[in-house]
Design a binder for this molecule. Structure first.
Ligand SMILES: Cc1cc2nc3c(=O)[nH]c(=O)nc-3n(C[C@H](O)[C@H](O)[C@H](O)COP(=O)(O)OP(=O)(O)OC[C@H]3O[C@@H](n4cnc5c(N)ncnc54)[C@H](O)[C@@H]3O)c2cc1C
Length: 456
């Protein structure tokens, strides 16, 4: 550790006591998220912030010493965004996990950033309320992390993503100033929308220390779950697009291709799958039965073999197959989990591109998709820890294909460390420069999560 590194840790220790953790275990854990791509080197310390004051103290100290700070929620990110490396301070928000207010009349909750998504929703259920963003990691990821990544989930085609569910944010800037952004009224257009700017900003603009969330009432009535199997993934993708085009709005529409189905079936010991692709679709609310019947008809017209279940618990079991994708991939080797998104009508073409890339690069790319919103997770599986050049080349080809189809590099996981080199391809040179200038306004010393999103 350098002298200045030692000085920073000493200053933080004097101010924050044992909330500054330099144990080997904590430092090692702070290097990584769930992407499998840890930061280089070991951070100076992990600060376990317990209050807004702690966050301000950390950032004032870091600014004074020009020391990088990496904000961190639960470390479940898949883009390498939360990893803190050599010479950096990891700032964990996980201990700031209180619900400060629930207002059923206003459909608003005010929370600290470290609360887990599922814990928040468990607490809200007793009010008959919920916060809609539902990443598959909801049991293990924080609301602050969900906001910083702009997370999505299975239900977002119908109920929206994080961006649709946040009214205001309290943020601490790099120099330690606390800002209250946004509003708690339904409407609000005063000044520039800095709340939206912070959503999905991956810790490079400031630290989210509080959030005013827009809630929904729990949906009453039945849940219907349709499973539809297809011989080919292209047909399943075309059928999913046809459901969207028919104007029927499922709450969940998930697609699994043959390889991902086989991997999950093996993990769950379900025997070999009988189909080349599967859609699992849910409808909810008062029109659930009618919508399920309409969707099943569209799927059959497109060659699907359908089954409909009216039992909520049964529906959860059927979705468990989809939710087991991540552990199933882990059992196959090291995985680069990708996250492209295309307009919903282009889903089948994106699967054609995946097949082309598989053939051209000699790789297998098990893919699942949130077909209701056009967000695909192609998984590149390989041996060893480092992503081989051949895999990066295949991934780069796939990203460019998504852009050609009018899509985007990342639907919900973010740019982090892993996709920095393609950022300018999507944004174009002028916007890329403008975004860097915006970052510099919020963080002139460049100490917030340096090297993430924007390449150094
Ligand atoms: C099994 C599994 C399933 C997943 N499924 C989904 C899914 O369905 N949808 C989805 O969108 N994602 C999914 N993810 C990815 C991940 O869970 C999300 O990106 C999640 O929002 C990250 O939350 P976190 O608390 O773990 O944040 P972290 O991983 O700790 O941090 C993520 C990024 O946010 C920044 N950050 C964290 N907290 C703050 C804060 N308070 N202020 C400023 N910056 C902050 C970090 O610097 C980092 O850049 C999944 C991950 C796993 C492992």
């Amino acid at each position: 550790m350098t002298d200045s590194g030692r000085d920073v840790v000493r200053l933080l220790r004097e101010a924050l006591g044992d909330r500054v953790d330099v144990s080997d275990g904590a430092l090692e854990a702070a290097r990584a998220d769930k992407s499998g791509h840890p930061a280089e080197g070991t951070p100076l310390a992990v600060v376990h912030a317990a209050s807004v004051d702690d966050v301000q103290t950390t950032l004032r100290t870091a600014s004074a010493m020009c020391t990088p700070v990496v904000p961190r929620g639960a470390g479940t990110g898949l883009a390498g965004g939360a990893g803190a490396g050599g010479g950096e301070i990891a700032l964990s928000l996980r201990a700031m996990d209180r619900i400060l207010e629930v207002s059923p009349d206003d459909l608003v909750a005010v929370v600290e950033p470290g609360i887990l998504n599922a814990d928040l929703n468990d607490a809200l259920a007793s009010y008959g309320l919920w916060w809609a963003p539902d990443p598959a990691s909801r049991a293990i990821s924080t609301v602050g992390g969900n906001i910083a990544t702009g997370a999505g989930g299975l239900l977002c085609a119908k109920y929206g993503v994080v961006r649709d569910a946040v009214l205001g944010l309290d943020v601490v800037l790099a120099d330690g100033r606390l800002m209250r952004l946004g509003h708690r009224s339904v409407k609000g257009v005063t000044g520039l929308d800095l709340t939206s700017l912070f959503i999905g900003s991956e810790g490079v603009l400031g630290v989210v220390v509080g959030a005013t969330l827009k809630l929904r009432r729990l949906v009453p009535g039945e849940v219907h779950t349709i499973t539809a199997t297809f011989a080919q993934v292209r047909a399943a993708a075309a059928a999913a697009s046809a459901v969207t085009a028919a104007g029927i709005q499922p709450s969940i529409m998930e697609l699994m291709d043959a390889t991902s189905l086989a991997a999950v079936h093996e993990l769950l010991r379900l025997g070999p799958p009988a189909a080349g692709a599967q859609l699992t679709i849910q409808t909810d609310g008062p029109a659930a039965a009618q919508e399920a019947a309409g969707i099943a008809a569209v799927l059959r017209e497109h060659g699907g073999r359908t089954e409909v279940s009216r039992d909520r618990e049964d529906g959860e079991h059927l979705l468990a197959v989809r939710r087991s994708m991540h552990p199933a991939m882990e059992s196959m080797g090291t995985t680069l989990i990708e996250d492209v998104s295309v307009p919903r009508s282009r889903l089948a073409e994106m699967f054609d591109e995946i097949a082309r890339v598989e053939a051209e690069y000699g790789v297998v790319i098990p893919t699942v998709a949130h077909a209701g919103d056009g967000n695909l997770h192609p998984n590149f599986v390989f041996e060893g820890q480092d992503v081989p050049d051949r895999i990066w080349a295949a991934a780069g080809d796939l990203f460019r294909a998504a852009l050609r189809l009018g899509g985007t590099l990342t639907g919900e996981h973010g740019i982090g460390l892993l996709k920095r080199r393609w950022l300018a391809d999507e944004l174009g040179e002028d916007q890329w420069q403008l975004q860097r200038q915006i970052k510099a306004v919020f963080d002139p010393l460049g100490i917030l999560n340096p090297g993430k999103v924007f390449a150094p």
